[in-house]
Ligand binder design. Structure first.
Ligand code: FAD
Ligand code: SIN
Length: 538
């Protein structure tokens, strides 16, 4: 049976962004948090390295901002960068008060009392963490507090399908209940997208299965602008093992002295950048890709075995154990690693309060394009962005919401014209095909020809998927595929529009960076595609 629900605020997503938004909203509001799956199927849970914040006297907001802007290769919005860097301390203190078990500095070097690690692009140690399982500790902390709040109801088997808007205002959404396979109707005064990124559009990714860009696709279909979708970050070091499913090896290993080696033991990063292993991720991932292709090798190696066994086991217990499961003892031998799709720098365009161009609709966390990351995200700035923008959006919503306003009556989901699918193989096949050509043609190194090939294929897939969607009852796999193909097209169209190389977007046809393109790529569903060369920075 289908249900109808009404809330003051609906948050789609229960990762770091969604849960912190829920906790920052006033307890007087009736809030729903929707998630596709319970538990661990979101990136936040798997975060390793930590959260960047200015906490020490030898660091400053200026320095954090400068590092972020440098990593972002000229495309960061400076006001947004400063906003996030300034709000870092307050958010870490908030988490500490909630009981987040951050690793402490046992040697009492740091002023803050936290152990601070270092990662690529950071000129200082400024990453707070909970050993190498920061995301798990963060999620457990946030969840415990959300569960205590009577005003928050969790729906953790509901896949949002589409946003509903009337007269340019977002008023609700449809969501598939995975328990009974019915589509429920949700109405609300304010809706927050916190649906995470889209790295699952690539064959190899560090992300869990749910990172299918649903929020970006839903917002696009509802008329929201998206920006900078060409900037997909490939993390340089995921475990290379047939059974490992792209398990991440944190950049903090390099921050603590880990060296990248070729099979003959040569430490190659020094040949590419004076910062060697601590160069920003785009540079390290491209260098690894280059060496793998040049030498025809399947992986490179990350070696931390020169550090003491006790150090390695206390700083990286999760990675130590996971590698042990595959018979790799990281205290004695190097780790085989390869790059994999990791982070979506672009997304739904928002202002400094996380508000989109559709009234009542907000987007926070990885789903959003806030201007913080520019052409390449600096390590550990993502969780920071989740926290800062959730807080900002919650404040704005609390200020503006008028719960006495009547919500429009909306139609229930209509299934009268569709039947049960008898050909699920189409969905499975298209999932595989899409992810493979995105990896092969729209990966770390691009060309016009490969991008055009990929675009052609997305167009074919899109019409096949839309036909399928129009004829059969929806399933979670079909909904995700429908979103993935939209996101793939947005990535390819943005990449084709950027006729230069910058940050994470590298194309052999335009290997240079060009001043005319020092602007975000904005795609507007109403006005078609705008050329980045003609756009002013937002
Ligand atoms: P997510 O945590 O991905 O949560 C998305 C939520 O949306 C989920 O609850 C999901 O179920 C829900 N959802 C999605 N679509 C729908 C739908 N259609 N209907 C209903 N619900 C939906 N960043 C750092 O800053 N520091 C790190 O150390 C770090 N390490 C990382 C390690 C790994 C392995 C990975 C994958 C990422 C890492 N990142 C790190 C990046 C960071 O973890 C993510 O960018 C961040 O957690 C995203 O949080 P989020 O809340 O926006 O999305
Ligand atoms: C990592 O720990 O290497 C991931 C950090 C990040 O993505 O910010």
């Amino acid at each position: 049976m289908t249900h109808q629900f009404k809330f003051d605020v609906i948050i789609i997503g229960s990762g770091a962004a969604g849960l912190s938004a829920a906790l920052h909203l006033p307890g007087s509001l009736k809030i729903a948090v929707l998630a596709k799956t319970p538990g661990e199927q979101h990136s936040s849970y798997w975060a390793q390295g930590g959260i960047s914040a200015v906490l020490e006297p030898d660091d400053s907001v200026d320095q954090h901002a400068q590092d972020t802007i440098e990593a972002g290769a000229g495309l960061c919005d400076e006001a947004v960068v400063r906003f996030c860097a300034t709000a870092g301390r307050e958010n870490i203190e908030w988490l500490a008060q909630l009981g987040m078990p951050f690793s402490r500095d046992r040697q009492e070097i740091s002023d803050s009392g936290f152990h601070l690690t270092r990662e690529g692009g950071h000129s200082r140690r400024r990453v707070v963490h909970a050993a190498d399982a920061t995301g798990k500790a963060l999620q457990q902390t946030l969840q415990a507090h959300v569960l205590e709040r009577d005003n928050i109801r969790i729906f953790n088997q509901h896949v949002a399908i589409d946003l509903i808007h009337r007269r340019k205002k977002c008023v609700g959404l449809y969501a598939l209940n995975r328990h009974d396979q019915h589509v429920d109707l949700f109405r609300a005064h304010k809706i927050v997208l916190a649906t995470g990124g889209a790295a699952k559009v690539y064959l190899y990714t560090s992300n869990p299965d749910g990172s299918t860009g649903d929020g970006i696709a839903m917002a696009w279909r509802a008329g929201c602008r998206v920006a900078n979708m060409e900037f997909i970050q490939f993390h340089p070091t995921c475990l290379y093992h047939p059974d490992a499913k792209s398990f991440l090896i944190t950049e903090a290993i390099r921050g603590e002295g880990g060296r990248l080696l070729l099979p003959d033991g040569h430490r190659f990063m020094k040949d590419f950048d004076s910062r060697a292993e601590l160069a920003p991720r785009d540079i390290v991932a491209r260098a690894i890709d280059h060496e793998m292709k040049r030498l025809g090798i399947d992986c490179v190696f990350l070696d931390i075995s020169h550090k003491s066994r006790a150090f390695i086991k206390s700083h990286f217990p999760t990675i130590y154990q996971r590698c042990r499961d595959f018979d790799i003892d990281i205290t004695r031998q190097p780790i085989p690693v390869v790059p994999a799709a990791h982070y979506t720098c672009g997304g739904v365009m928002v202002d400094i309060n996380g508000h989109t161009n559709l009234e009542n609709l907000y987007a926070v966390g990885e789903v959003a394009y806030s201007g913080l990351h520019g052409a390449n995200r600096m390590a550990s700035n993502s969780l920071l962005e989740c926290l800062v923008f959730s807080q900002a959006a919650a404040r704005k919503i609390a200020e503006e919401i008028d719960t006495s306003r009547k919500l429009p009556v909306l139609e229930r989901w209509d299934e009268s014209q569709v039947t049960d699918s008898d050909e699920d193989i189409v969905v499975a096949h298209n999932w595989d095909e899409l992810r493979r050509f995105m990896w092969d043609y729209v990966g770390i190194v691009r060309t016009n020809k490969r991008l055009e090939r990929a675009l052609h294929r997305t167009e074919l897939l899109k019409s096949e998927i839309n036909e399928y969607y129009g004829n059969y009852k929806v399933s979670a796999d079909l909904l995700e595929l429908r979103n993935l193909v939209v996101v793939a097209e947005l990535i390819i169209r943005s990449a084709l529009a950027r006729k230069e190389s910058r940050g994470l977007h590298f194309t052999l046809d335009y290997p240079e960076t060009r001043d005319a393109f020092r602007v975000p790529t904005i795609l507007d569903p109403d006005q078609h595609q705008k050329s980045p060369a003609k756009l002013a920075t937002i």
